[in-house]
Write a protein that binds this ligand. Structure first.
Ligand SMILES: NC(=O)c1ccc[n+]([C@@H]2O[C@H](COP(=O)([O-])OP(=O)(O)OC[C@H]3O[C@@H](n4cnc5c(N)ncnc54)[C@H](O)[C@@H]3O)[C@@H](O)[C@H]2O)c1
Length: 326
């Protein structure tokens, strides 16, 4: 019997997960719901989903093993608490919640009802970031490292992302992936510093800023980021990691990848003494498919999946420090 799933929310990320689930043989999507019935119909048609539930409550009344919570961040608490009450295992998109009080309520409800709660930190399943972690652990750059990310764009189109109370902008919504990944790779955060600013007067979230995070390992993550550019506008950005023994570039597209087959592999370039250059390939894989396969397997085996609510809360706490809310 395949694992029976329901999907709450039929927006952008739900589409990604539904597409991934077509490659997960032991999963069956039984029902979907959204405040927007047209969004449900589009997903139903594209992915042949048997049932559209008119409300969240109606979806949770169906006999399902697990649900995917794919609604905006500020709705996650209510969705997760209701789903836990009906005994469903839960995959909840990141960020786990908008506040720590909401996160605590979600953790408590899942514990009380004995259901698993996985948070969608998909970067833990990303072959590129996984290979980066492994190269750092092998000591190829020396330690400590400074992982630098400079990026800017106009941000996502749904308005709730840039509402301070609902999505809280890039340093919660987007960068929570990085905070979680740093905890996974470098241990707990021991120091958080940041300066935030708002470029777009039309939104309430802080859309731009700089943050420096230091972790137990001594490694640092520096982010200079913005969703404050005009819609559709992107900066080329910087993405690298500095260490005492060299520098690793994430996207060294100006350089010859040598023998690497770039249709099946991505690659990093590391430069060391005298600017000597070495290419490190990794196999490309779809991180969203790996994430869904892992969640479905955990539900099938009756195991509690990771990253869990406690991981979600810890990453959220870093975000709230970055935003100056703690
Ligand atoms: N893991 C990732 O890489 C990733 C990427 C994008 C978004 N996300 C996260 O996924 C979540 C959703 O993001 P999105 O981009 O899909 O948003 P979206 O705005 O594209 O879609 C959200 C959908 O939820 C529906 N909705 C809102 N309230 C609802 C309710 N009470 N009941 C049922 N449906 C409701 C909306 O009508 C909309 O269709 C957010 O938490 C976001 O941060 C994660």
């Amino acid at each position: 019997m395949p694992v029976r799933l329901g999907v709450i929310g039929a927006g952008g990320i739900a589409g990604e997960h539904l597409s991934s689930l077509t490659s997960v043989a032991n999963a069956s999507v039984v029902a979907i719901t959204d405040l927007d019935p047209e969004a449900c119909r589009r997903r139903q048609e594209r992915f042949q989903i048997p049932q559209i539930a008119p409300t969240d409550e109606a979806l949770l009344a169906i006999d399902l093993d697990a649900v995917l919570v794919c609604t905006p961040t500020f709705t996650h608490r209510d969705m997760v608490v209701q789903a836990a009450r009906t005994g469903k295992h839960i995959f909840c998109e990141k960020p786990m919640a908008r506040t720590l009080t909401e996160a605590d309520r979600m953790i408590e409800a899942c514990e009380r009802h004995g259901v698993g709660l996985m948070i969608g930190f998909v970067r833990r399943f990303c072959p590129e970031w996984g290979a980066f972690k492994s190269l750092v652990e092998q000591g190829l750059l020396g330690r400590p490292i400074v992982w630098r990310m400079v990026y800017a764009s106009g941000g996502p189109s749904s308005p709730w992302y840039m509402d301070r109370a609902q999505g809280a902008g890039p340093f919660l919504d987007g960068m929570v992936h990085n905070y979680d990944f740093c905890r996974y790779a470098f241990g707990e955060a021991v120091d958080v510093r940041s300066t935030m600013v708002r470029l777009k007067p039309s939104t309430t979230a802080l859309d731009t800023g700089t943050t420096t995070l230091t972790f137990e390992s001594g490694d640092q993550h520096v982010i200079v980021g913005s969703w404050g550019l005009p819609a559709g506008c992107h900066s080329p950005g910087i993405h690298d990691a500095l260490g005492p023994d060299g520098v690793l570039s994430f996207h060294d597209l100006d350089n010859d990848p040598g023998e690497v087959n770039t249709s099946t592999h991505g690659y990093f370039v590391i430069r060391r003494d005298g600017n000597t250059r070495q290419v490190y390939p990794f196999r490309k894989e779809n991180m969203f498919v790996k994430e869904m396969q892992y969640f479905v397997d955990a539900v099938e085996r009756g195991e509690k999946p990771k990253p869990d609510g406690v991981d979600g809360r810890k990453a959220l706490e870093i975000a709230l420090r970055v935003l100056g809310e703690m």
